[in-house]
Design a protein. Structure first.
Length: 210
């Protein structure tokens, strides 16, 4: 791609542009200073096509590689599990700590708060690490299927994987429920979207200057 100088402000523009990106004036106007001048006893100097690469933010080229492997998915999925695990862990541990403390009326107030706090911390780490593993598994699946950079596909496949994982745990625990399946669909879809977003925004450069 070649670039030409704007005859009005001198900014570099692509030769296919009709208006200057900087001053927005037509590029077909009067020649820039020094261009098209006729020296003594010579011919007119034609305008030079510049190969200078502009630093203007208007010219950006998307260079994101959309190929992915299970390793890409593993790292992005695990990190999405960290994010979701932190949110779910804090929320659930606070909720269940209050329920836990309600079943300890025989303890003093201080002991009750301490016991609930310990229970909340333990519950938080259980949920946190469960989400990290969950995210790593789904992320690895998305990466191996080469759809990691496509959020819609990641949401769909993540939801399907969530259903499968929920069914497996339902069979193991002999506790099948529609709520568990719905939770698996939602959880898997969120993990898929997060993994795709993290892969593109954290681990890859989505845009690079020409």
């Amino acid at each position: 791609m070649k670039y030409i100088s704007c005859p009005h402000c001198g900014s570099q523009n692509r030769e296919t542009d009709t208006n200057c990106y900087m001053c927005e004036k037509p590029l077909s106007g009067a020649p820039a200073p020094g261009e098209g001048a006729i020296p003594d006893g010579g011919e007119a100097i034609p305008p030079k096509a510049s190969t200078h690469i502009p630093h203007a933010p208007a010219y950006k080229l998307q260079t994101q590689d959309k190929e992915s492997t299970w390793i890409h998915g593993l790292r992005s999925g695990a990190l999405s599990g960290v994010v979701l695990g932190t949110v779910c862990g804090l929320t659930c541990s606070a909720f269940y700590s209050m329920i836990f403390s309600a079943f300890l009326p025989q303890l003093s107030t201080g002991s009750q708060v301490a016991a609930a706090g310990v229970f909340g911390i333990i519950f938080f780490f259980i949920i946190f690490f469960a989400n990290v593993i969950y995210g790593a598994v789904i992320g690895a699946i998305l990466g191996a299927m080469n759809v990691l950079c496509y959020q819609v596909d990641c949401a769909k496949i993540g939801a399907i994987a969530g259903v499968v994982i929920s069914l497996v745990f339902s069979v193991i625990g002999h506790n099948f429920s529609a709520g568990g399946i719905f939770g698996g669909v939602t959880h898997g879809a969120i993990i898929g979207v997060l993994a795709s977003y993290i892969e593109k925004k954290v681990f890859r450069k989505q845009y690079a200057e020409i």
